[in-house]
Structure formats: structure tokens, C-alpha cells
Write a protein that binds this ligand. Sequence first.
Ligand code: FCB
Length: 455
Amino acid sequence: MTTFASPELPGIRRSDFPPDFRWGCSTSSYQIEGAIHEGGRGESIWDRFCRTPRHIRDGSSGAVACDHYHRWPQDLDLARDLGVNAYRFSIAWPRVFPQGRGERPNEAGLAFYDRLVDGMLERGLEPWATLYHWDLPQALQEAHGGWASRDTVAAFLEYTDAVTRRLGDRIKHWITHNEPWCTAFLGHHEGNHAPGIMNYRTALQVCHHLLLSHGLAVPQIRANVAGAQVGITLSLHPIFPASDSLADQAAAMRHDGSRNRWFLDPLYGRHYPADVVARLGDLAPIVQRGDFEAMAAPTDFLGVNYYFPEVVADAPGHGPLATQVVEQPGVERTAFGWPVSPQGMVDLLTRIQRDWAPARVYLTENGSTYDDVVLPDGRIEDTQRRSYLERHLAAARQARDAGVPLEGYFAWSLLDNFEWAEGYVRRFGLTHVDYTTQRRTLKASGRWYAGFLAG
Ligand code: FCB
């Protein structure tokens, strides 16, 4: 059991971290770019998903989003002015191969990222590129069911090859996938993310293909990019049983098996966890000879997106794993309802180190959503987000003190943006975006981060 309590943390300073620590912020293509019909971009599964009534809470889409496609110089200026030294972004596959694959990549799509990356370098921002942050070309969904098919693994490798050949002279840090759990389970089991499928078996097969495509991409990226640093970003959670009962403890173990170990075990050479496989029975994914070896390709780092811990109870009849996440009364939460627990971040990172020992770890996302109030003079005093950030940076330092090779922290997010099924209702930005005027305003949290980075 945990109380989620954060220890009393001392004031945190940049000088508490080594000089070469990566300080960044993160974004993703579909959430900020807009301009979905420009530069020859093809349709993505999110364009299609957003057109289906009731999928997105406010009926919106990423069609315009932050209009970053046109306003990127200003956005990179914002990142530079924050004082970050690294910038994590993602490449939209439908800009590079509008139909998912093809003989030649779309020149206008690659040229956009060429300019963007040059813009980062000009501003002293080290580019960290994510190849897949959920915007699959719709054509691949239609041709053979998207990630449910092994054909998409082959298509991903073609796309990866084109992108890394073109940008690998300037981008050295590559992340294959962002949060495969979300792609697989939100997109194909819960159905509240694109492509909106609700089938547990499909979700598991999708998951297998994502991890396989990651593993096969690793040597390919290394072959195309001199000095490449390659990793994957997972959404991971510390998990606690709802009570001391044996049933709840076993449930927490099963949940951990599907949330965390299902990804980390095969990535670190241990195949899928046997206890979960046994529980899944014939729902388990089809694995071909050589898949596990491919998935375990050694990486340079593990990207961790940390948002919240989960408390789990035994729940007979509740899904294939008979588990349920239960709400803890009296716990601090963000506007999303996500529990706030900097201590959970320390617990998670130290556990990852103990059980899988990645060579290096980067927090590739961490952040919070609150109902920001714009004051009459235009300022946004988001004290809760500021406090969240400060406490999680202190937790990052604690994890380092405990021996975790944590080498960087990327705040989610540079800008308020299209928050998937939540549309524009949820704001995670250090910078406020007025979606009617596209005006950007640094929030108090962003000002605090800039002050912290300035030392
Ligand atoms: C993560 C996603 C990111 C953003 C944050 C709030 O799961 O990777 O795109 O939506 O959550």
C-alpha cells in the first residue's frame, strides 16, 4: 500500500544535476502540427478517428491544432527561450509516405522536417525524434488492418529507413515508438484512441508487432546514422495492491505484468512474462521464430513517460486479467483525475533499475493538466503545474541519488495541444495557446522552468 505522499523535498536547482544532463520539452506531430492537407500529407488514423461522431470529447480534431506546421519558428524560439538544450518531437509518417509506403518518400514532407531540424540546431536545441507517436497512415489501416498485421512492421521499416537516411546526419537521438501500451490497448482494446477497435486479442497482436518493429528498426537506424543513440519510450507506472490481501497482491502482480513487464521483459531479452502468458491462454499473440531475439536488440537508452501510479484490486470477471484500478480517496489529482505522486516516480525508476538495468534512462515525458485561468492582464498563474514540475524534478534528483542512470528530463509539453480523445479540453502546456488567435503565452510554470534552467 502507498499513501502517494511526497517526501519533504528540498529546493531543487539545476546545479543538482550534471552539466550534460538533457533538459527538454516534448511535443508530437498530430497534437501540434495541423495543416493536415498541406505538403502532400496523407490521411492518418487520427484524422479519420476524429471525424467519427463522439470519439473526441469536444468534437474537435488535430486539423489545425497549434498550427505548428506554419508557426514552428516561433515555437522553437519559445523552446530556446525556456533555456532547454533538447527538444523531443515526432515525425508524421503520413507526411513522409502519404499512403503508408511507396517507391519514393514524399519530398515536401521530408523537406518540412529538414527545415524543422535545422531550426532546432540553429537555436541550440538537440533534436530527439520519435518515429511513431500514433499517427499511422490511414491507408495502412485500410489495406491490412494497420498494426494488427505484420505488413505494417515492414512498412515501418521502410519509413524508418527513409527518415533516418534523410535526417540522420543531424538527428542522433532516435526513439522508435511512443508508448506502445497506448497504441495497442487504448487503440485496439478500449477503443478510445484511433483506430477505435475493441478487441483484446487484436491489441496483444498489435503490441507484438510494435515491439517487433522497434527491435528490427534498431540495427537499421544504427546502419543509417553515424553515432546514433536509439531507444524506445514506454508509459510505465508503479503499481500497488489495493489491500494486503493475497488476492489484491496477486492482482497487482498481474496488472504490473500487463502494464510494465509485458514491455520491459521482451525488450531486455526475457520473452513475455510467463505468468501473464499463462493467464491469457489462447489470447496470447502469435510469435514467430526469431521475434524475441529481434525485440531484444540492445538499445542505448530507455525513455520513460511517467504520469501516475496505479492501485489495483482483484476483480473477478473484470477483463482477461480480472483486475481493476481503484481510486484512492483523498489523493492529490490533476484535472484529468491522475494521482500526483513524485514519490511514485522515484519508486518506478529505482524498480526499473533493479529489474532491467537499462544503460541510461531519460524521462521523455512528465507533466500535468489543470484548468488554467487566464487573468485579465493575460497572465496564466498555473501554480499547481509549477508545483508539480518542481516536485517531479526533485524526484528526478532523488532517483539519481539512488543510483538510477537518469540523464535527462523532457517536460510534457512545450505547448497546450490536441490531447487525443480529450480534444482541447485538457491543457498540458508550459505555454498557453489561444486556439482562436494562435497566440502563445508562457505560463507561470514555464517561467519557473526557465528560471530553474537559467540557474
Ligand atoms: C502521453 C502521450 C502524450 C500526451 C500525454 C499527456 O500518454 O504520449 O502524447 O498525450 O500523455
